[in-house]
Design a protein around this ligand. Structure first.
Ligand SMILES: C[S@@+](CC[C@H](N)C(=O)[O-])C[C@H]1O[C@@H](n2cnc3c(N)ncnc32)[C@H](O)[C@@H]1O
Length: 281
């Protein structure tokens, strides 16, 4: 991995080991290297001393115990955790085996991702109430999907429903493709960074569950605008990091943006999640 900041570059051994160290924490194992690189770069841009120390090291061993390494690793983990660390809580290498167990394995898999795990108690009701408003979709695009496509059975829709799943994490995308193939669902999952690549798939509904809080609001606006769908179902967690209920569940900034774009919406409240159903046509 090449890491360049201003006119300085990190030795490959230093860069690779830094990334390895950042990812060595439970919950961060699946973070893409490029995202770690981005966080390291971000930190070094604002910390000249660390940049000097890290870029002048010939190998990682020489600096591995320095406070600069400690700070960059802490910084990267603290930024990545809200995106990933809170979401995966077990050893994901077992997912493939669990999927092979069919029906019995799927609930265990959904529980592994905190986002889908939190929805397990009300998944059927979740889709039922959404589809009462939007109608049952014939095609779905699920952006930043995590493991959510594996809740397909609880949607109560035919297997011929076209399902496009986009996820930054290659492992998740691979597991979802395996799920689609075992369950014979007309779906495909792709590794796709929604902050960088435009979303060019057309569908009846887009699911954007628990993602808009963790990406830049300008990018959220770009995505809302470019999605070629009839409905967007965007959800937000209503639990704080310490698991208590949020006082203000609604997202004022998000609502303001929807009004500015002239989009009509309604909300549905669940015990730990609020869903905005946004009409795009
Ligand atoms: C809070 S989880 C939500 C997962 C799923 N939507 C759900 O609610 O069950 C956030 C997911 O977004 C993914 N993600 C984060 N940044 C992303 C990006 N730039 N592009 C695509 N996916 C991203 C993470 O890998 C993670 O699986």
């Amino acid at each position: 991995m090449d890491i360049k900041v201003y006119n300085k570059a990190l030795n490959k051994d230093v860069a690779d080991n830094l990334i390895k160290l950042i990812k060595s924490r439970t919950g961060l194992e699946n973070v893409d290297d490029s995202l770690c690189e981005k966080k390291i770069t971000e930190f070094l841009k604002s910390n000249r001393k660390a940049l000097q120390k890290l870029s002048s090291a010939e190998n990682f061993k020489r600096i591995s115990r320095s406070k600069e390494v400690d700070s960059v690793v802490k910084y990267a983990r603290s930024r990545l955790r809200p995106m990933y660390g809170l979401f995966l809580n077990k050893d994901t290498s077992k997912i493939k085996e669990m999927l092979k167990k069919g029906e019995n394995g799927i609930n265990d898999v959904l529980f592994m991702h905190v986002s889908s795990g939190e929805r397990m108690k009300f998944y059927e009701e979740f889709y039922k109430r959404m589809f009462e408003v939007t109608g049952k979709p014939e095609s779905i695009i699920d952006i930043a999907c995590g493991l959510n496509p594996m809740s397909f059975e609880m949607m109560n829709i035919p297997k011929k429903t076209r399902y496009i799943a986009l996820e930054l994490n290659q492992n998740d995308a691979d597991n979802i493709n395996q799920f689609f193939s075992i369950w014979k669902i007309d779906g495909e999952a792709f590794k796709h960074d929604i902050t960088k690549e435009p979303i060019r798939y057309k569908a009846d509904i887009a699911f954007a569950f628990k993602i808009f809080d963790i990406i830049d609001s300008k990018i959220v606006e770009r995505i809302i605008d470019e999605l070629d769908v009839k409905w967007i179902a965007a959800s937000f967690s209503t639990k704080t990091v310490s698991r208590s209920n949020m006082r203000f569940k609604r997202r004022a900034g998000f609502q303001k943006m929807l009004r500015r774009l002239g989009l009509k919406y309604q909300t549905i409240d669940f015990e730990n999640e609020i869903v905005y159903l946004i009409e795009k046509v």
